[in-house]
Design a protein around this ligand. Structure first.
Ligand SMILES: Cc1cc2nc3c(=O)[nH]c(=O)nc-3n(C[C@H](O)[C@H](O)[C@H](O)COP(=O)(O)OP(=O)(O)OC[C@H]3O[C@@H](n4cnc5c(N)ncnc54)[C@H](O)[C@@H]3O)c2cc1C
Ligand SMILES: C=Cc1c2[nH]c(c1C)Cc1[nH]c(c(CCC(=O)O)c1C)Cc1[nH]c(c(C)c1CCC(=O)O)Cc1[nH]c(c(C)c1C=C)C2
Length: 477
């Protein structure tokens, strides 16, 4: 009889790992502490066909991990359920930055190249020249802000990179590792001296793509119908009909058909390792397994380990996450003056919002306009205190859309979420600490694999890709 492998955490990372284990013919037990699967992926259907996303909403089709998710969609027989925004659509292309309550599109055309425009106020040509004339600083890592300030100048760092970082990590570019967002740019400087020079050489040498890849080169099948479709139709971003939760449902269907044991309301309470066997304490029962996949946030895993693993616990506890208020606002008819993906607010503008997504520009829903205001992030405590109410968050979101978008009418419906610790912060030195964690696990022969947004990337694509890769790379019996 085959041994049962245990996965703890039923977010997308845990589900993807369990799915891959099942595909490889293994028996799986998946334990999730909450009352639902999906983790931060949560789509709320309102009954009349309208769906709100309270977590992720768009996926990129490109890159190794982007193609992994498309391949998964095909494997789940869900090829037809993808909904996509082409690169030519304003809802994908136009990303706005808010400065002094004005919304400026980030221009990349010829005029932006030669003439200064808000929000950068410098021609892009001078940004390139600054990079080409700045000498290399050899280092293992640097903050995203310091890197871009040094190579591209203050305006790009303050009005481009700082808001971009808020719009991806909810965090502060002065703390986030450049490798978390711009690893190819960082490596271009380290390997070739300048970013633009390095990127040009990368274009000429296809194998450099492999070198830049932070996590190896697993082949993803490019004959996948969804990958082919995404290229033919020039997808910029995509989602799933009915919301990203449908991807979770697809994985669950497959897991059930493989007789995986799926437990909700079952927190792992302790993890012990002895003689190459893991003891997983699930409260009601304790399971012994040859290998456990931890897909819970890093500090949650630290809390499960005994003091004998003090060094690993300390490393895991360095990966802290930020809190976010997410407020979905729905209006009757069209209330936006222009189509766009949404806007971001640089940190130097202060305020409580990180930015707002114009959901229905990308994916129209009936006659409604749906906006999602993202609040707080790294600044959550300082702007909302310890314990804001849903009303506080709703008021902050309504004030935000009135101030920046001129929307004075009350929303027809809304949904408020307070996501505690929702986005892990990959701060300067993260990837070196990650090596330390994996070395510890290997050197102590722990039958443990760490997967999830805390480690190798926060996007849904990265979570899926690295979970499946982790299963493939292990020599399981
Ligand atoms: C508001 C928001 C917007 C986002 N937007 C995007 C986007 O547009 N595109 C994109 O690609 N990504 C986006 N992301 C990021 C992405 O959604 C997450 O990084 C990803 O879903 C994390 O998945 P995970 O499975 O690694 O972790 P989680 O979703 O955190 O799952 C971990 C699971 O472990 C469970 N757990 C915790 N402790 C225990 C325990 N002791 N025992 C058992 N179970 C336990 C938790 O309940 C949870 O279900 C967004 C995230 C947020 C919060
Ligand atoms: C305003 C805050 C946030 C918005 N989305 C997120 C936050 C914190 C979370 C988030 N968004 C994306 C990812 C995945 C990153 C990835 O590597 O794919 C996460 C964790 C997608 C994303 N959002 C923006 C960009 C540039 C990306 C990368 C993929 C893509 O190009 O689409 C920018 C952005 N985020 C938000 C807005 C309003 C916005 C731009 C206007 C909301």
């Amino acid at each position: 009889m085959k041994p049962t492998y245990v996965v703890i955490g039923g977010g997308i990372s845990g589900l993807a790992a369990a799915y891959q284990l099942c595909r490889r013919g293994h028996k799986v037990l998946l334990a999730e502490s909450s009352t639902r699967f999906g983790g931060w992926i949560q789509s709320i259907p309102l009954g009349d066909g309208i769906v709100y996303e309270t977590g992720p909403r768009t996926l990129r089709p490109t890159g190794e991990s982007g193609r992994s998710t498309l391949l998964l969609l095909d494997e789940l027989d869900m090829t037809g359920s993808a909904i996509a925004v082409p690169r030519t659509a304003k809802a994908a292309r136009r990303r706005l930055v808010c400065i002094d309550n004005h919304l400026y599109p980030i221009k990349t055309g010829l005029s932006a190249f030669f003439f200064p425009h808000a929000p950068f106020y410098v021609p892009l040509l001078s940004v390139i020249l600054k990079d080409l004339s700045t000498s290399r600083k050899a280092c293992d890592d640097e903050s995203l802000y310091d890197f871009t300030y040094r190579r591209f100048g203050k305006r790009i760092a303050d009005n481009g990179i700082d808001p971009l970082c808020r719009g991806v990590t909810g965090g502060d570019a002065r703390e986030i590792s450049v490798k978390a967002i711009f690893r190819p740019l960082f490596e271009a400087e380290q390997n070739y001296g300048t970013v633009f020079g390095g990127m040009l050489r990368k274009v000429k040498l296809p194998e450099v793509d492999i070198k830049f890849s932070p996590h190896g080169t697993e082949h993803v099948d490019s004959t996948s119908p969804s990958v082919i479709r995404s290229r033919k139709e020039h997808w910029a971003v995509w989602s799933v009909n009915g919301g990203l939760q449908m991807l979770v449902e697809g994985l669950l269907r497959s897991l059930r058909s493989h007789q995986a044991e799926l437990y909700l309301g079952t927190p792992c309470q302790r993890l012990e390792f002895r003689d190459g066997v893991a003891k997983v304490d699930l409260g009601r029962t304790t399971i012994q397994t040859r290998h456990v996949f931890s897909a819970v946030p890093a500090p949650a895993l630290a809390g499960l380990l005994g003091e004998e693993h003090y060094v690993l616990k300390q490393l895991l506890n360095t990966i802290q996450s930020v809190d976010m208020g997410v407020v979905n606002l729905e209006y009757e008819g069209k209330v936006l003056k222009r189509e766009a993906f949404g806007y971001l607010v640089p940190s130097h503008q202060g305020g409580r919002a990180l930015g707002t997504v114009f959901d229905t520009c990308a994916f129209p829903q009936k006659n409604s306009t749906i906006l999602t205001v993202m609040l707080g992030g790294r600044w959550f405590q300082s702007v909302f205190g310890d314990d804001p109410s849903s009303d506080d968050l709703l008021e902050a979101a309504k004030e935000e859309v009135e101030l920046r978008l001129g929307i004075k009418v009350p929303p027809k419906r809304y949904h408020v979420s307070l996501h505690r610790g929702c986005i892990p912060q990959h701060t300067v030195g993260h990837y070196e600490r990650l090596v330390g964690m994996r070395d510890y696990i290997r050197d102590h022969c722990l039958p443990l694999t760490i997967i999830g947004a805390s480690y190798d990337g926060i996007s849904v694509n990265d979570c899926i890709h690295h979970s499946r890769k982790a299963v493939n790379e292990l020599n399981l019996v």
